[in-house]
Design a protein around this ligand. Structure first.
Ligand code: ACM
Length: 512
């Protein structure tokens, strides 16, 4: 239901929709003080930005959203005066925080860094009617409720992972996902670039990885890979939405595509066939061969050179075909290679069974009922300085089915309805972990069963915004009953953007 206020002009009564209440935003802002008259965007509105290329790019990004649906010119002009203003200023905003002040003369977004301005733009966007997302001229009015929002993230790492190995996704599909992530202030895009079923990034020194190892996918389709220019374009586009790309090369397990591409990488010198099934745990790099480390050094060196971001993910999960002794030996030798190439190690939490290097982050993907010894090992590593990214599979995995009837996805971690995926606190999820060790939250999307952009939409929505909120919003705002109302209000925006989603009966969706 849209709230309406009626007013009379001469003989006719016009119903004017009230603006979206100031706090009806996902992720929930840290502080909201509604009050005063709204601002109304009209054909006279200008977008005021600092005279720098970065400020202009954010202003143009906002204008590109607003111009098609409002039909207004919305020119970019210099700062000072009424309208929509994006301004950098000194203040206690942090790296990503912002303040949004809305009143009859305009909306001012103030931040200490450009990332904060961009996140403030996402808030402004959500405060406008959903029709603003459409690509043709729509009826307004385009009002933004009066008041002030002060906002900054709970965690610095707010990620989403896309598995482009089990099924390959094009650059355009990845860009579409990046746009969806940006709307919810997610700032890390983890790309799972290699697995048993496909190697998806060109490596000049080992060309068959991509040309042969990337030539198929689950189910036997033609697969694909990113050229270096493709990958640079993903990195550039992500950066334009203030996301950092975290590339993953999964090893020593999950490596059949590499082992199939180069016989010499195998302990017995025999290349296995390409693999298009969905089993896990059957492949391993040859830990005892020196060539393995030349391979790793070459791959990580080329990938690090392509990646401006801080992190490089080395997998390390489900190494069931590697002995524990070999696993530890491998991780001890590979982590310094990542460090040598200037990147910070991230690995799945099994790395806590080896020796995480200083500064490494472990990504927890266990379940609520993972055994206590495994959780204690992760907690011990956290106490010793290893940072944690939380992706509990029975909460944060976007590829788990919502219910038994969900046509896509898997259920090995359980069924994950919308409430279950939202209703946990990263701050106290793992017992014995100091809160300073929790660096954030990530929502992985594995694609054994997913083949299309619409498949991605359906599994990510509506759970992704909830995980984004766990990463961004203060614990004090956490409340399913109020969240589900804010979440429901997002649906018309997804409709306007053409995003398919699961209409969970747990959420009070508006009538379509
Ligand atoms: C994983 O799900 N194997 C990290």
């Amino acid at each position: 239901m849209v709230a309406v206020g009626a007013f009379t002009t001469g003989a006719t009564t016009v119903t004017k929709p009230d603006p979206t209440p100031l706090g009806r935003v996902v992720p929930a802002p840290a502080s909201v003080r509604p009050g005063g008259s709204p601002y109304r965007i009209t054909e006279a509105t200008v977008i005021r930005v600092d005279d720098t290329p970065k400020a202009h790019r954010i202003g143009e990004y906002l204008a590109d959203i607003l111009r098609p649906s409002t039909g207004y010119r919305l020119p970019l002009v210099n700062r000072g005066g009424s309208g929509i203003q994006l301004r950098l200023a000194k203040g206690s905003f942090g790296a990503e925080g912002y303040r949004l002040d809305s009143g009859p003369r305009g909306v001012v977004i103030t931040a200490g860094e450009y990332a904060g301005l961009f996140h403030g733009v996402q808030t402004l966007r959500q405060l406008l009617p959903a029709a603003v997302e459409k690509k043709s001229v729509q009826h307004g009015p385009w009002q933004i409720a009066g008041g002030t929002i002060e906002d900054s993230p709970r965690y610095a790492y707010r990620g989403a992972m896309l598995d482009v190995s089990r099924h390959f996704f094009t650059v355009a599909q990845v860009k579409r996902y990046i746009d969806q992530l940006a709307l919810y202030k997610i700032n890390e895009l983890h790309l799972h670039l290699s697995d048993d079923q496909g190697w998806r990034i060109a490596i000049d020194s080992w060309p068959r990885l991509a040309t042969y190892g990337g030539s198929t996918e689950v189910g036997g389709g033609t697969g694909g890979h990113y050229t270096k220019d493709d990958y640079r374009e993903i990195v550039r586009y992500a950066a334009s939405r203030f996301l950092e790309v975290v590339p993953e090369i999964d090893m020593p397990g999950h490596t059949n595509a590499a082992l199939a591409s180069y016989a010499d990488l195998n302990c017995d010198g025999v290349a296995p066939p390409l693999y298009t099934g969905t089993d896990v745990g059957f492949s391993s790099l040859c830990v005892g061969k020196d060539l393995t480390y030349r391979f790793v050094d070459d791959v990580i060196g080329e990938l690090a050179a392509l990646t401006p971001g801080r992190y490089l993910h080395i997998g390390g999960d489900e190494a069931q075909s590697t002995s524990h002794e070999d696993y530890v030996k491998f991780m001890d030798r590979v982590q310094p290679i990542v460090t040598k190439h200037g990147k910070t190690v991230i690995a799945w939490h099994q790395i806590t069974g080896a020796h995480p290097v200083k500064g490494a982050l472990a990504q927890y993907w266990g379940l609520d009922d993972t055994d206590a010894a495994e959780k204690a090992q992760v907690a011990e590593a956290a106490k010793n300085g290893t940072g944690l990214i939380l992706s509990p599979a029975d909460r944060a995995y976007l590829d788990m089915k919502y219910t038994e009837d969900t046509p896509l996805g898997q259920d090995w971690a359980g069924l994950v309805e919308v409430k279950r995926s939202y209703d946990w606190d990263p701050g106290n999820y793992l017992a014995g972990v100091p809160s300073s060790a929790i660096r954030g939250v990530e929502a992985p999307l594995w694609t054994e069963t997913l083949e299309t952009g619409a498949n991605i939409d359906y599994m990510a929505f509506p759970r992704l915004p909830g995980l984004a909120e766990l990463g961004w919003s203060p614990a004090s705002t956490h409340d399913w009953d109020t969240y589900k109302v804010r979440l429901a209000a997002q649906a018309p925006r997804w409709d306007a953007l053409g995003i398919d989603y699961y209409r969970s009966p747990q959420v009070p969706w508006p009538a379509r």
